[in-house]
Design a protein around this ligand. Structure first.
Ligand code: GLY
Ligand code: MN
Ligand code: MN
Length: 439
């Protein structure tokens, strides 16, 4: 495998080209990207966990430095203003020798305010890219996160360079180690809280380093789509386990879900069936196809599963037509993945940011984009037994379409989601998650 150091120069080159193009198009002289600063909790002297500006970590693998800056004009070597204070209260992130150093003009500051003397004096034609409007204004920026520039950058961020793809393989490998540890903890009868601890230990992450709050759900809790409560007590019985958990590598996220049955039973058979449905959806990722069409095809496949498992009393066609599949599969098939778990640009038709909504029947779909080479997606079909949605269906006009006694049998298991991370190549899809060994 080519090393990150070998892949990095072409990555920087590509970002420079994008910067040059967007600056020319928007008539701007340069981008000034702020890593961010700590956010204090209300009336407290403690801060929230620091989350770096994604535009900053796009350029280099620094996710923990505050008060640092990039100055970019797409032609000259980018300048990195690196904040390295003298501080005996907190750990200081010391600038390390690494493969990326040579691609920046690096200036170290020890006091955050020093940046003023290093930024362009006349900022009228420089764009501040970052979260802290008050900082930008105080420094004299007039152009703050200009929409045209952000649209361009967000649209192009969907195409991952080989360097980024390698980072995402690494973040998949980390998460898979966590998933294997979590499965073992489930099988030995641990609580959600203990399973989470096993996951974090295996990924060497703390809770604020994972790309999103892990979903570690036993039994009925698997029906709560974004369940993050982490029950401390063991349940009376272990029936099922849904874990949706990722990892970070150099600021790139993985986002993986697995569902397990504790025993070989009908729910285990349903998981096996959903797994083959999921792999079929992965095969459907093809350059030139709309992700919306793939979602709709998969929605129809889920109707087939409902029929096969005797959960509906009507035909596949009428279940789709009536929209009752949405009760069991209420979310989108997946999303772009990258610097953020739900990466930006999912609804952009072009680099100007022309917005295409998700279809009204599928409002929770997170991308309406055409699938293209070098894009990275999750594929994550699900089938759940969600009390509130089932109650609506039961009280509505389509109630007779459902085999309610069968639904009751499955309810104690909560639901199923299976999620892998895929790179679309010209000749094939690369399933980064399956290529690794998930027990
Ligand atoms: N973990 C959030 C998602 O799967 O989209
Ligand atoms: Mn997920
Ligand atoms: Mn996801």
């Amino acid at each position: 495998m080519t090393s990150l150091a070998n892949l990095y120069p072409a990555h920087i080159n590509e970002l420079q080209v994008r910067a040059k193009n967007v600056l020319a198009r928007e008539n701007i002289d340069g981008l000034v990207i702020h890593s961010g600063k700590e956010l204090k909790i209300f009336l407290d002297d403690n801060s929230y966990p620091f989350k770096v500006n994604p535009h900053f970590k796009h350029w280099l693998p620094l996710v923990n430095i505050t008060n640092s800056w990039l100055i970019i004009n797409g032609i000259d070597k980018p300048t990195l203003i690196y904040y390295q204070p003298v501080d005996f209260w907190h750990k200081v992130e010391v600038l390390e020798q690494s493969y990326w150093n040579a691609f920046f003009e690096i200036k170290v500051i020890t006091n955050a305010a020093e940046v003023d003397s290093l930024l362009p004096y006349d900022k009228s034609n420089y764009a501040y890219i970052g979260e802290h409007i008050e900082v930008a204004t105080a420094l004299g920026f007039e152009q703050i996160n200009p929409e045209g520039a952000l649209n361009y950058l967000h649209f192009h961020r969907a195409y991952k360079t080989p360097y980024e793809q390698q980072c995402m393989r690494e973040s998949n490998a980390k998460a898979v180690a966590g998933h294997n540890a979590a499965k073992a903890a489930f099988m030995s009868g641990e609580s959600e809280f203990e399973i989470q601890r096993a996951y974090l230990r295996a990924t060497s992450h703390n809770e604020s380093e994972t790309p999103y709050g892990n979903i570690v759900a036993l039994n009925e809790n698997a029906s709560i789509l974004h369940y993050t409560a982490l029950e401390r007590a063991k349940p009376a019985a272990h029936r099922s386990f849904l874990i949706d958990a990722g990892a970070n590598f150099h600021g790139y996220a993985s986002d993986i879900t697995r569902t397990y049955a504790f025993e070989q039973n009908d729910f285990a058979a349903l998981i096996t069936r959903m797994d083959s449905l999921m792999l079929k959806a992965v095969d459907g990722l093809k350059p030139g196809k709309s992700y919306v069409d793939l979602h709709i095809e998969t929605y129809q496949e889920i109707a087939k599963v409902l029929a096969e498992f005797n959960l509906i009393t009507t035909s596949v066609e009428s279940a789709v037509e009536a929209g009752i599949v949405s009760t069991f599969f209420p979310h989108g098939l997946g999303h772009h993945l990258g610097l953020q778990v739900h990466d930006v640009g999912g609804f952009m038709a072009d680099e100007r940011g022309t917005h295409i909504d998700a279809p009204t029947q599928h409002p929770f779909l997170r991308t309406s984009r055409t699938i293209e080479v070098d894009q990275v997606f999750t594929i994550e079909p699900g089938l759940y037994f969600i009390d509130s949605l089932l109650a609506d269906l039961k009280n509505g006009e389509h109630s007779a379409m459902v085999n309610w006694s069968k639904v009751e049998e499955y309810k104690p298991f909560g639901g199923i989601r299976i999620e892998d991370n895929i790179i679309v190549h010209q000749s094939h899809n690369e399933n980064m998650t399956r290529d690794l060994k998930l027990d």
